[in-house]
Design a protein around this ligand. Structure first.
Ligand SMILES: NC(=O)C1=CN([C@@H]2O[C@H](COP(=O)(O)OP(=O)(O)OC[C@H]3O[C@@H](n4cnc5c(N)ncnc54)[C@H](OP(=O)(O)O)[C@@H]3O)[C@@H](O)[C@H]2O)C=CC1
Ligand SMILES: CC(=O)N[C@@H](CCC(=O)OP(=O)(O)O)C(=O)O
Length: 335
C-alpha cells in the first residue's frame, strides 16, 4: 500500500484527494495536517468523511510525514506551499504540489505574477509538470511534481498537439468559466452565496496568473512562444470549468483538429473527443476531459470541459501519483 499524506487537509482539494485515495486499491491516507484544527477528527471538518477515514489532524511536521508517508499531496495556497514542499523534499518521500509554486520554470516570471520572492528558485525549471498526457516520462522519474492549475489544464490539453503540429497561429484567445469551488474553501467576499449566485462576472481580466502558466507549458511541450489572452469568469455552480478557445490557421478546420487530438491522445484514458459542445455536467466528479472543435468562419472554436477539483486538481494528483509509482494511470479514478 502507498502511504499518502495530505497537507492542508481542511480545504476542498484535500477533501477530494482523500475521497479518491479512499477508493484507491493500492493507496491509503496515513496523515492529514492543518494549522488551525490540530487534534480534530478529519470527519468533523469534512462531514462527508464520517465513517470513511478515522484520522485526526496534526501539524505538518516534515520528519513525521517522512516516517508516516511515501508520498505527500501538498494542498496549500500558492506562496505558502513552497517552504513546506522544500522541507518535505528533504525527507525520503515523493511530493505532489497542488499549488502554483513549482509550475513555472523561471523565478523572475513567478515573482512578477505572484508578487512574492520564491524561497527555492534554484529548484524551478527542474520540476516535472503534472500533465501525464504530455509529460508522462518526466513524471514517472520525478520526486517532486507540480500539479497543474485547473484553467491551464483546460487550455493546454486542446492546444498542445495543435502547436506541436504547427497548424495554428500563436495568437490565441482563451475564455474560461469556473465553478466557485475553484476559489477554495477559505472564505472570500466574491464567493459568498449572495454575491455569486444568479450572477456571472469576469475577473483578473488580462492579468490572471494562469496566463503565463499556459504560455510556459505550451513552450515547454511544443517549443513555441504563444501570445495568449486569457479571461476567467466566476459562474454560479459548485464545480466545473468550460474553456472556449479561439484559434486560426491556414487550411485548418475542425476535422483536422479532431484528427490531431485523436492521434496525440490515443493512449490517454481520460481525454475524449466529442461531436457536440460538451457541458461541465458531463464530467462532474470525474477525471475526464471532453473536447470538441467547431468551424466558425476564419476561426476554429475549441471547447473543453473538466471538473476543476478532480482533473483540475486532486484527480490529476492521483493520476500523477500512479505514474510516479509505476501504476496504471487510471487506478482509483474509475476509468
Ligand atoms: N480549488 C480548486 O479547484 C483548485 C485549487 N488548486 C490549488 O490547490 C491548492 C489548495 O486549494 P484549495 O483546496 O481549493 O484551497 P482551500 O482554501 O480550500 O484550502 C487550503 C488549505 O490550506 C491551509 N492554509 C491556508 N492558508 C495557509 C497558509 N498561509 N499557510 C499554511 N496553510 C494554509 C488551510 O488549512 P488550515 O487553515 O487548516 O491550515 C486551508 O484549508 C491551492 O494552491 C489552489 O490554488 C489547484 C487547482 C484547482
Ligand atoms: C474560481 C477561482 O477563483 N479559481 C481560481 C483558480 C484555482 C487554481 O487552479 O489556482 P492555482 O493556480 O492557484 O492552483 C483563481 O482564479 O484563482
Amino acid at each position: 500500500m502507498i502511504r499518502v499524506g495530505v497537507v492542508g487537509a481542511t480545504g476542498y482539494t484535500a477533501f477530494e484527494a482523500i475521497r479518491l485515495i479512499n477508493r484507491h486499491p493500492q493507496a491509503t491516507v496515513t496523515a492529514v495536517t492543518s494549522r488551525k484544527d490540530v487534534g480534530t477528527p478529519i470527519s468533523d471538518v469534512h462531514r462527508a468523511l464520517t465513517g470513511q477515514l478515522d484520522l485526526s489532524l496534526s501539524l505538518a511536521d516534515p520528519q513525521q510525514l517522512g516516517a508516516d508517508c511515501d508520498v505527500v499531496l501538498c494542498c496549500l495556497p500558492h506562496a505558502a506551499s513552497a517552504e513546506t514542499v522544500r522541507a518535505l523534499s528533504e525527507q525520503d518521500l515523493r511530493v505532489i504540489d497542488l499549488s502554483a509554486d513549482f509550475r513555472l520554470r523561471s523565478a523572475a516570471v513567478y515573482e512578477r505574477w505572484y508578487a512574492t520572492e520564491h524561497p527555492w528558485p534554484e529548484r524551478l525549471g527542474e520540476v516535472a509538470y503534472g500533465l501525464p498526457e504530455l509529460f508522462a516520462e518526466e513524471i514517472a522519474d520525478a520526486r517532486l511534481v507540480a500539479n497543474p492549475g485547473c484553467y491551464p489544464t483546460s487550455a493546454i490539453l486542446p492546444l498542445a498537439p495543435l502547436l506541436k503540429a504547427g497548424v495554428i497561429e500563436t495568437d490565441i484567445i482563451v475564455d474560461s468559466k469556473s465553478g466557485v469551488s475553484g476559489a477554495g474553501r477559505t472564505p472570500k467576499l466574491a464567493n459568498l452565496y449572495c454575491e455569486a449566485n444568479e450572477s456571472i462576472a469576469a475577473y483578473s481580466v488580462g492579468k490572471h496568473r494562469h496566463q503565463p502558466e499556459v504560455v510556459d507549458v505550451l513552450d515547454r511541450f511544443a517549443g513555441v512562444q504563444t501570445d495568449v489572452l486569457f479571461t476567467p469568469h466566476l459562474t454560479p455552480m459548485d464545480r466545473g470549468i468550460l474553456s472556449t478557445i479561439y484559434v486560426q490557421g491556414r487550411e485548418l478546420d475542425a476535422q483536422r483538429v479532431k484528427q490531431l487530438w485523436q492521434e496525440a491522445y490515443a493512449e490517454a484514458p481520460f481525454l475524449h473527443v466529442v461531436d457536440s459542445p460538451p457541458a461541465t455536467k458531463h464530467v462532474s466528479g470525474t477525471n475526464h476531459v471532453h473536447m470538441t472543435a467547431i468551424d466558425a468562419g476564419k476561426r476554429v472554436v475549441l471547447l473543453s470541459v473538466l471538473d476543476n477539483v478532480v482533473k483540475g486538481a486532486s484527480g490529476a494528483a492521483v493520476q500523477n501519483m500512479n505514474c510516479m509509482f509505476g501504476l496504471d494511470q487510471t487506478l482509483g479514478l474509475g476509468a
